[in-house]
Structure formats: C-alpha cells, structure tokens
Design a binder for this molecule. Structure first.
Ligand code: KDG
Ligand code: MG
Length: 403
C-alpha cells in the first residue's frame, strides 16, 4: 500500500494564479490535485498547508473514500468553497496516485470509457454581435461541435464573458476588484438578435450555448428562455442566482430552453432540490470546486436518476490538472452532457505538461497512467503569485449587483 509521506502546495502564476497540491508516497509515486479558487487562492493554500496536510501524513493513499469522509465529516465544519476545493485537491491527487500504481489511466478505474471522446464547447465572444459571430465561425472551422455565444451589450462599457484578448478570457485581472455597470433591460434586448444572427451564420448543426451569469430574476429568465426557444439553444446557463433553488420552478414553468447551473456549487446539497424536482437539465459542478472526482461521481449518479446530465465548468481558472481530471470523469460517466473548454495560455500549458488532446470537437484524456498531467516545478517557481480579483458589478444607479 502506498503510504503518504509528504504533501506540498505549489502556488504559481503562469499568466494567472494556480494552486496545486502534490502528494508524495513512500513508493516514490506522487499525485497532483488542483486547488485553485479564483480570487481567493491563498485561503485554500493555507487551509491545505495548515489544516489538511498534517492529517494526511502516514495514511494509506489507496483509501480514497475514507480520506474523503475523514476530511468532510471529520472537520465538523462542512461544505463551502474553501473546504471543498481543498478536499477536491486531495481526492484528485489520490486518484492520480491510484492510477499510476495500477498503471492505468484514471478513466479505466472509473469503469472505462463510455464514449469515444468528450464533446466540449468553446467560447466565442466579442464587443459586437458581428465580432462574436466572426469568432464563432473560427471555432466552427477548428471543428467545435458546440460554441458559447456572448457579446458586449450596447450601452454598457463592459460585461462578463467578453474578453480583452480575442481567444483567452481572463476576468480576474486587477489588484483590487474593478467595477462593472449592468442593465438587465439592455442585456435582455441584446441576446435574441445574437442568437438569430448566430443561427443564420453558423447553421443548425452546431450547438449554441449562452451564460447569463446569475443576473436575472426568475421571471426575466423565463422571458429570455422563451425568446431564445426559436434558436434551439443547447442551454441557458446560470439564469438566476441559485441559493434559493426553488427560484428555478418559475423559470421552468415559462420556457423549454434547457437550463444549466452549478459552476459555483460545492456539494450535492447545493443541487438537491434542483435535481430532485428536475428543475435543471445540466449540472455544472466541477472536480476542483465540488469535492473532487469522488464527490462529482456521487452528484452525477444522483443526477442520472432524474434525467440531468453533466456539463462541467472548464474556465481558465481551473488548472490543467482539473481539466485532465474532468476529462477522465467525462469519458466514463454514463450521463455525460458536455464539457466546457477554454484553452489555457502557452505559459500555463508549459508549466502543466499534459496528455489530453482535442480533435474534431472532442477531447480525450490520453492513456498515460493516472491523470496524465504533471507540473514543472522549476518553471512554476519562476511565476510568482500576483493578487488578482474578479470584478464586481453595480446597476447603473450604483446598487450593488451580482457578478
Ligand atoms: O472564476 C469565474 C469564472 O470561471 C467564470 O466567470 C467563468 O462563468 C464562467 C464560465 O461559464 O466559464
Ligand atoms: Mg458560467
């Protein structure tokens, strides 16, 4: 049995901040787990270093479930993004170790491949509808079968989902949070024409997605869903804030546009009512923010009983370690829906060499033992942590609003 002999947290910033846990064993095999929580990175790093790692030393690295339960039930203080990201990092690293010891890629340990590849969606965005469509055509030419459309809102200086760089979206870009202004009325007018023009230019053989980023009330979301129905979107994401899960009943009542939510959820409890009442179609919980592969599998099994499919978050603030873990999970899980894929920068990819690949709209985790992703610690050490915040958002009259 591989025994855990040490663990350390590596904080690096190759273009953006990442927190990685490396667990070492007496057999010389190590495993990696992503622990990045955008804009709050050092809180998870400290939770791991000061409170979790001391409890890991000497444990059997193969007892993944027991370690998970120990860290969850044993902490007394359950759930929350910091705790669950830390547990996720440990869990992911232990699956990596198990795969390496077995000489098998992690997806084989999860039951093997349920499909040939993992359908991913890319992000097309632009300041105008024309710019967004132009970028979407580029994604289509690269073979993407699914594309998210976001465009600037006329009358608003900036908004989420629209990047400064043409292909790399990085919202956490300031030493202190920048302030955005928001108008729901202007936004609601801008989305239907984006989808109308999108269908005209891209045709009907490509899936089109849209992210609302938790900014509408249920009745507003119902109206937007209805307005988009003629363009058959694959999903409308994060239509409303989800603290009150019952909010989704009203959205559901008014539209047949499929609903996706969950990128900021930490546990199965955040989605219990949403899944049980079939208020959503896709659950977007991720490996890093929802307790690792072990917990994500539990969420997916529960979702499968209620016709809900997976659609994991995959923005650039989820490191290549998380991306690799997500792809092993996606390839094996029966009720897979889609995987978000925002490409990392070359600097990030160089720090995290990986076996996963993209071809013709599908991704594959590769067949290396474990997760198939590594960290170049020497290179990582060259990129010092730099505090970076996500923006905050206000209504035009100055009222604080959801970002
Ligand atoms: O950390 C926040 C980003 O990951 C988030 O804003 C991106 O909404 C997002 C998405 O769907 O990828
Ligand atoms: Mg989102």
């Amino acid at each position: 049995m591989p025994k855990i002999t040490g663990a350390k947290v590596i904080v690096t910033s190759p273009g953006r901040n990442f927190v990685t846990l490396k667990i070492e064993t007496d057999e010389g095999i190590y495993g990696l787990g992503d622990a990045t929580l955008n804009g709050r990175e050092l809180a998870v790093a400290s939770y791991l270093t000061d409170h979790v790692i001391p409890c890991l030393i000497g444990r059997d690295a193969h007892r993944i479930e027991d370690v998970w339960q120990y860290l969850y039930k044993g902490a007394y203080w359950r759930r929350g993004p910091v705790t669950m990201s830390a547990i996720a990092a440990v869990d992911t690293a232990l699956w990596d170790i198990k795969g390496k010891v077995a000489g098998l890629p992690v997806y084989q340990l999860l039951g093997g491949a349920s499909r040939e590849g993992v359908m991913v969606y890319g992000h097309a965005n632009g300041k105008t509808i024309e710019e967004t469509i132009d970028n979407a055509l580029h994604y289509q030419s690269l073979g993407y079968k699914a594309i998210r459309l976001q465009s600037g809102v006329p009358g608003l200086a900036s908004t989420y989902g629209v990047s400064k760089d043409r292909y790399f979206y990085e919202p956490a870009d300031a030493d202190l949070p920048t302030e955005n202004l928001w108008s729901t009325e202007k936004y609601l007018r801008s989305v239907p024409p984006l989808f109308e023009k999108g269908r005209e230019a891209l045709g009907w053989d490509v899936h089109l997605l849209h992210d609302v980023h938790h900014r509408l009330t249920p009745i507003e979301a119902g109206r937007l869903g209805k307005d988009l129905e003629p363009f058959r979107p694959f999903w409308m994401e994060d239509a409303v804030p989800a603290e009150n899960q019952a909010n989704f009943r009203l959205v559901r009542q008014h539209t047949t546009t499929p609903l996706a939510v969950g990128e900021i959820f930490n546990s199965i409890w955040d989605a219990k009512q949403l899944i049980e009442e079939q208020l959503i179609d896709y659950i977007r919980t991720t490996v890093v923010h929802a307790g690792g592969i072990t917990h994500l599998r539990r969420i997916a099994s529960f979702a499968d009983m209620h016709n809900v499919r997976t659609g994991s978050h995959g923005a650039t603030d989820l490191s290549p370690v998380c991306m690799a873990a997500a792809l092993h999970f996606d390839l094996s899980v029966p009720n897979f829906g889609i995987q978000e894929y925002m490409r990392h920068t070359e600097e990030t990819d160089a720090v995290f060499p990986h076996a996963y690949s993209f071809e013709d709209g599908l991704m594959h985790p590769g067949d290396k033992p474990g997760l198939g992703v590594d960290i170049d610690e020497e290179l990582a050490a060259k990129y010092e942590y730099k505090r970076a915040y996500l923006p905050v958002n206000r209504l035009e009259d100055g009222t604080m609003f959801h970002w």
